[in-house]
Design a protein around this ligand. Structure first.
Ligand SMILES: [Zn+2]
Length: 412
């Protein structure tokens, strides 16, 4: 276990034969997270459409909120005055906040991360989404951006992000980094990485000062974020530099793996990074939720994950089952008086039929979003829980073959 700083630490558990993938436990002032674990996303201090009690009941161990959104609305000072994110949203368990970097950078190009895959092969630092104006400008000191809510101009720097995240009060925070896309040139990735590393030093320094200034609050852990796009030398160097970094005797408590990742290289890139990181600190991979991606990333050494997709697609009637994804809006479900998934033990599957959910969507009833989010979040959380159990029992490879063979069978 790392020297526990006010109740934070990581205890590695079982290891996969490749020496990278593992189970473990993250200890936080608000409870333990058994890893690998999927963290539910509550962007604006709510997991959309679901009561916190139901988020707990569906199996989620932790919730991740977004510093950019909460800074704009209601303001991190309000969340601070409420007693921090967990108290404000009535979630008693562990919490994460991201740095706001990804949202701010997304404003810069008007793209979501997935878009990088649509333009593979393009290399242009000036590309922006069609019909979008550039809303963010990055310089060596920080990012100036325009609020998507009201057009106000704001500026994020490493110090501003750390101040916001300390006020939000999550157990785990992330260093402010520049998030590039796969379209950026190698030269841009190099200069961006140098900027992100310089910002990491400033984040640690600001974190040190804020921890001292707010000594009456529970300890908040800070994760450094490894960038470097698809380049092995850049990823490995970034991981080594962040792992070795200390400011005033304080290193990072864990690490995030950031940036756009091409699906086919995901496991490879995560394994480069994790093989350079210390085994006694946790590693978070930002923004994945597809079953095959979980297996690849966990085998490569990632411990925790977050993604908006399971809840976002649930609100559009797309539901996960062990036999793949389907849409409950289709006519075939009008008289389907059976649960989404016979094998699922979530609240929705215990009490409701596909036919009822189909009706709720057609009638535009709010309960549709609630019930479908509960199922998809449970499916995702439980998949990662089952992967953890398979690591502990030595059955990881067999479980992966069985699960993915069935889930993607219809894909051929
Ligand atoms: Zn279910």
């Amino acid at each position: 276990m790392t020297p526990a700083e006010g109740g934070f630490g990581f205890v590695p558990g079982s290891e996969l034969p490749n020496g990278l993938g593992r189970s473990g436990v993250i200890r936080t002032p608000h409870g333990d997270i058994r890893t690998p674990a999927f963290v539910a996303v509550g962007t604006k201090a709510t997991v959309k459409a679901v009561l916190p009690e139901a988020v707990g009941a569906l199996g989620a161990q932790a919730v991740l909120a977004n510093a950019y959104h909460l800074f704009l609305q209601p303001g991190s000072d309000i969340v601070d005055a409420a007693g921090g994110l967990g108290a404000f949203m009535n979630w008693p368990g562990p919490t994460f906040t991201d740095s706001g970097g990804f949202q701010v950078m997304s404003l810069g190009v008007g793209f979501k991360k997935v878009l990088a895959m649509d333009v593979a092969g393009l290399a242009d630092d000036q590309v922006i989404a069609e019909g979008k104006t550039r809303l963010a400008h990055v310089d060596d000191d920080g990012v100036t951006f325009t609020s998507h809510l009201n057009g106000d101009r704001h500026r994020f720097t490493p110090e501003v992000s750390m101040r916001i995240q300390h006020e939000l009060g999550a157990d785990i925070m992330f260093a402010f980094d520049e998030c590039t896309t796969l379209m950026n040139t190698r030269g841009y990735q190099e200069s961006s990485l140098a900027r992100t590393q310089a910002w990491a030093v400033r984040c640690l320094a600001a974190h040190h000062d804020l921890t001292a200034e707010r000594a009456d609050k529970p300890y908040q852990a800070l994760f450094g974020v490894v960038q470097g796009a698809q380049y092995e030398d850049l990823r490995r160097q970034a991981a080594r530099d962040l792992a070795a970094l200390e400011v005033a005797g304080r290193p990072f408590d864990g690490f995030g793996i950031g940036g756009a990742l091409e699906k086919e290289n995901l496991g490879t890139i995560v394994s480069w990074v994790c093989s350079e990181l210390p085994v006694d600190k946790p590693r978070h991979l930002l923004g994945i939720s597809e079953p095959d991606d979980f297996f690849a990333a966990i085998e490569a050494g990632a411990d925790t994950f977050d993604c908006v997709m399971p809840s976002r697609v649930a609100r559009n009637a797309a539901l996960y089952t062990p036999d793949g994804r389907f849409n409950v809006n289709t006519a075939a479900n009008r008289r389907a008086f059976r649960p989404i998934d016979e094998e699922c033990d979530c609240y929705t599957c215990a009490h409701y039929t596909r036919a009822y959910l189909h009706h709720l969507f057609k009638a535009k009833e709010m309960l549709a979003s609630t019930l479908c989010t509960i199922h998809n979040e449970h499916f995702t959380v439980r998949l990662v829980d089952d992967i953890r159990a398979s690591i502990d029992s030595g059955d990881f490879a067999d479980f992966r073959t069985d699960f993915l063979g069935r889930f993607y069978a219809r894909r051929g």
